[in-house]
Structure formats: structure tokens, C-alpha cells
Design a protein around this ligand. Structure first.
Ligand code: PHE
Length: 345
């Protein structure tokens, strides 16, 4: 009986050392059989009660040594396997693959359109002028020939700062014209991109904040023809060399004469019909010759100098270029929307 149990132990020991561990599956089978919660060694430990007292000690030593041997075999097999796994994964590593561990962001569609517009004007000598979004009444309205009682003030619902009748969120980038003209003498050739605010109900077509780009050119003998040519150049750079424009008479307090510029967008599909109201033409900017009163307000000699100005909305053009029909998408910062934008080509 006693010899039997010692023989069993010996056989078990042989089995432990001859067990074929070839891969992860056989390693796991080994672990379950000899080291798991229900391993065969556990049952054998229970057999100690049948071992005569004088051999109990020996039995304990043998069985513990077998257990330690099983543990050692398991650990060394695992170590070999882990090492070869690491080596193989390194072998399969393609060092020429691009690193995709860091997520690269994309530029906001409004920024893309803005910088495209700015670069078109920079190529013909305009420089960027950036100014404050919190303006005063004078730069936003008064200097721009829009006095207190002028009906044009009602055209723009303005956000005034709390407890203030003179501080406001600029309603247009035309305030930058006043800022630049009061601090610089001509020649002036600036382009002013930025955010503007109007107290409008938020809907798919309008928002209480949006972006504009203002342009201002003041020098001696600047004519309406210069303006038209500059804007035609812009439209063709922006929308393609074949692009046609038209100027329609309009009214702005700070320009005289004033015009609105349309580009011919075409009527290729149903969306074109909808956005151009079936005409094929789309208004993209307001412009005109700077009213001499504005020059005088800003300290520029209106006898000597003349100039033109224009202002355009960015969201409108982004909506056209990207065919996004809801302006709110541009302000919600939904990553699923934003990550689709790379370039406007
Ligand atoms: N400021 C005008 C607007 O917001 C646009 C404009 C700018 C018109 C410059 C003429 C000249 O609608």
C-alpha cells in the first residue's frame, strides 16, 4: 500500500517532466492539471493519512518537491514562450508603417475657408489685421457713418455688454476699418478675418455668432474698377477660373456707391436650385467705395484719398463648398463632423 503511493508519486513526477509543452494551449493544460485549483497533487496530499507515521515526513518532502518541480517547469516554459512571442512580434513589426498611435486632429472647416480667403488676398499685397471682438459704439457704428438715429442700426440687432450702452460685441468686421484708419495713414491694404455677433434666433440658416472677412484698400486714385477687378480675381481663385460675378446696386451706410456681389454657382442639381433660389446666382459679399465721411471720421484726407471696402460671411461660403446645409454644425464641435474636413483644395 505504502509503496504504491510512493510509486504513484514517482510516476507523477515523471509525467510532470515529460509532459509536452509546445504552445499556449498545452502550457495551460499543464497548469490546470498540476497547478490548478483541482490539480491531482491536491488529491495525493490527502493520502498522507494512509502513510505510516515513520514515512509521513518523507512523503511530505517528496510531494512538496514534486509540486515545486511542476511550478518550476511551468514558469520556465512560460518564460521561453513569452520571450519568443516578443521576438516574433518584433520580427513582424514594419518599421516603415506610419505611426498611428497619436490621433491627429483636423482643422475646423471655418478655419480652412478663412485661411484660403486670406491667402488669396495676401498674394496681391493685402496684410492681415486682427482686432477686438468687444468693440465700442464709435468704431462699430459712429465712425462707420451710422449715427445713433440712423435706421441702419436697427438692421443689426446688437449684443450690448451688461450695464453698458457703448460697449458691444462687434456686429461686423467693418469696425476693423475704423481701427486701422484711425491708426494708419494710406496706403492701406488690409484683410480682417474674425468673429462677429448678432442677436438672431439660432436656426439652420442663421446663428448669433459667425465669421466675416473684411477688406479695405485706401490710396490715391483708387476706383470702382479696381474694386471690381480685385473681387473678380478673388472669386476666380476661390471658385475656379471660369467663375462669373455680377455686382448689384445695394446700400451700406459706410460705402457709396455700394454693391452686393453674386457669383454664378450654376444649376447642376437640386441643391443648387435650392441655395440659389432657382437663379443660379449666389450673393457672397457686400462692397463699395468707402464713403468720404468715413475717411474724414477716421482722420484721412478724403480729398486726397479714396478706396474700397468689402465684407463677406464665411459660414455661407463653407456651406457652399462643403454642401453643409445647417449652419449650427459649425458651432457644435461634434468630432464626427469635424474629422471629415481636410482641405478645400
Ligand atoms: N459690414 C457689411 C455687413 O456686415 C459688409 C460690408 C463691408 C459692406 C464693407 C460694404 C463694405 O453686411
Amino acid at each position: 500500500m505504502q509503496t504504491d503511493i510512493f510509486t504513484t508519486l514517482e510516476e507523477l513526477n515523471k509525467e510532470i517532466h515529460s509532459f509536452r509543452i509546445e504552445d499556449e494551449t498545452t502550457l495551460e493544460a499543464f497548469r490546470i492539471k498540476f497547478l490548478g485549483t483541482k490539480n491531482i497533487l491536491k488529491d495525493l496530499f490527502g493520502e498522507i493519512k494512509n502513510v505510516p507515521n515513520e514515512r509521513k515526513k518523507e512523503f511530505g518532502q517528496v510531494i512538496n518537491a514534486i509540486k515545486a518541480g511542476a511550478e518550476e517547469r511551468f514558469l520556465s516554459a512560460k518564460e521561453v514562450m513569452d520571450a519568443s512571442k516578443a521576438k516574433n512580434s518584433f520580427k513582424d513589426l514594419d518599421l516603415y508603417l506610419p505611426d498611428d498611435t497619436a490621433h491627429k486632429g483636423s482643422r475646423h472647416p471655418i478655419s480652412l475657408v478663412l485661411s484660403k480667403i486670406v491667402s488669396i488676398f495676401e498674394r496681391i499685397g493685402f496684410t492681415v489685421a486682427e482686432e477686438r471682438e468687444i468693440e465700442d459704439d464709435w468704431h462699430n457704428f459712429t465712425a462707420m457713418n451710422t449715427p445713433d438715429d440712423h435706421p441702419a442700426r436697427d438692421m443689426q440687432d446688437t449684443f450690448y455688454l451688461k450695464d453698458s450702452v457703448t460697449r458691444l460685441l462687434r456686429t461686423h468686421t467693418s469696425s476693423v476699418q475704423a481701427r486701422v484708419m484711425t491708426s494708419t495713414q494710406p496706403p492701406i491694404r488690409i484683410i480682417a478675418p474674425g468673429r462677429v455677433y448678432r442677436n438672431e434666433t439660432i436656426s439652420a440658416r442663421s446663428h448669433c455668432q459667425f465669421h466675416q472677412v473684411e477688406g479695405l484698400y485706401i490710396d490715391e486714385k483708387v476706383s470702382f474698377a479696381d474694386m471690381k477687378q480685385t473681387l473678380l480675381y478673388f472669386a476666380r481663385e476661390m471658385y475656379g477660373i471660369q467663375t462669373e460675378i455680377r455686382l448689384r446696386p445695394s446700400y451700406f451706410p459706410f460705402t457709396e456707391p455700394s454693391a452686393e456681389m453674386d457669383v454664378y454657382w450654376g444649376l447642376k442639381d437640386e441643391v443648387d436650385h435650392r441655395i440659389t433660389k432657382g437663379t443660379g446666382w449666389l450673393e457672397i459679399l457686400g462692397c463699395g467705395m468707402v464713403d468720404p465721411a468715413v475717411l474724414t471720421n477716421c482722420g484721412i484726407d478724403a480729398e486726397k484719398y479714396s478706396g474700397f471696402a468689402f465684407g463677406m460671411g464665411i459660414e455661407r461660403q463653407a456651406m457652399l463648398l462643403y454642401r453643409v446645409s445647417d449652419i449650427r454644425m459649425y458651432f457644435e464641435n461634434d468630432v464626427r463632423f469635424l474629422k471629415q474636413f481636410h482641405s478645400v483644395g
